[in-house]
Design a protein around this ligand. Sequence first.
Ligand code: RTP
Ligand code: MG
Length: 137
Amino acid sequence: MEKTFAIIKPDAVAAGYSGKIIDRIEKEGFKIVAMKKIWMTKKMAEGFYAVHKDKPFFNDLTTFMSSGPSIVMILEKENAIADWRKLMGATNPANAEEGTLRKEFGKNIDNNAVHGSDAPETAAQETRYFFADIEMV
Ligand code: RTP
Ligand code: MG
C-alpha cells in the first residue's frame, strides 16, 4: 500500500466542497490515514511550495494557500500517488477531464481545489511537514 499527501485548498473549503471531496476520496477507494483542518501561515505556505520559489506565480500561490482554512490529509491506496493525481485532474481546471475534482470543484489555475504530491519523495516530505507520527493512524 502506498501513501500520498493531499490538501483540500482554501477555495474549496470556503465554497463548502470539503464533504463532497472527502466522499469522493472514499468512494474511489482511498483510506484516510490522517486528516486535520489548518490555517497555514504565509511562511508555512512558502516552505511547503519552496520548489516554486523562483516562479512568477509564487507570491500569489502562497498568499492564496494562507488565505483561509484548508484540510490536509494522508491517503492510502495501491498506487495512491498516481491515482490521486489522476482523480485531481490537470493543474488548470479548464484542461481537466470530466469526472476529475479540479473539473468539478476548481475555479481556475490559481484556485484549483486540491493538491497532491507528485512523487514518493515529495509525499514523504510533505507528510512530515504537516503531521507528527502520533497523528498517523
Ligand atoms: P499542486 O502542487 O498544488 O498539487 O499543483 P500541481 O502539482 O498540479 O502544479 P504545480 O506545478 O506544482 O504548481 C503548484 C500550483 O501553482 C499554481 N500554478 N500557477 N500561473 C501558472 O502558470 C501556474 N502554474 C502553477 C497552481 O495553483 C498549482 O496548483
Ligand atoms: Mg505540484
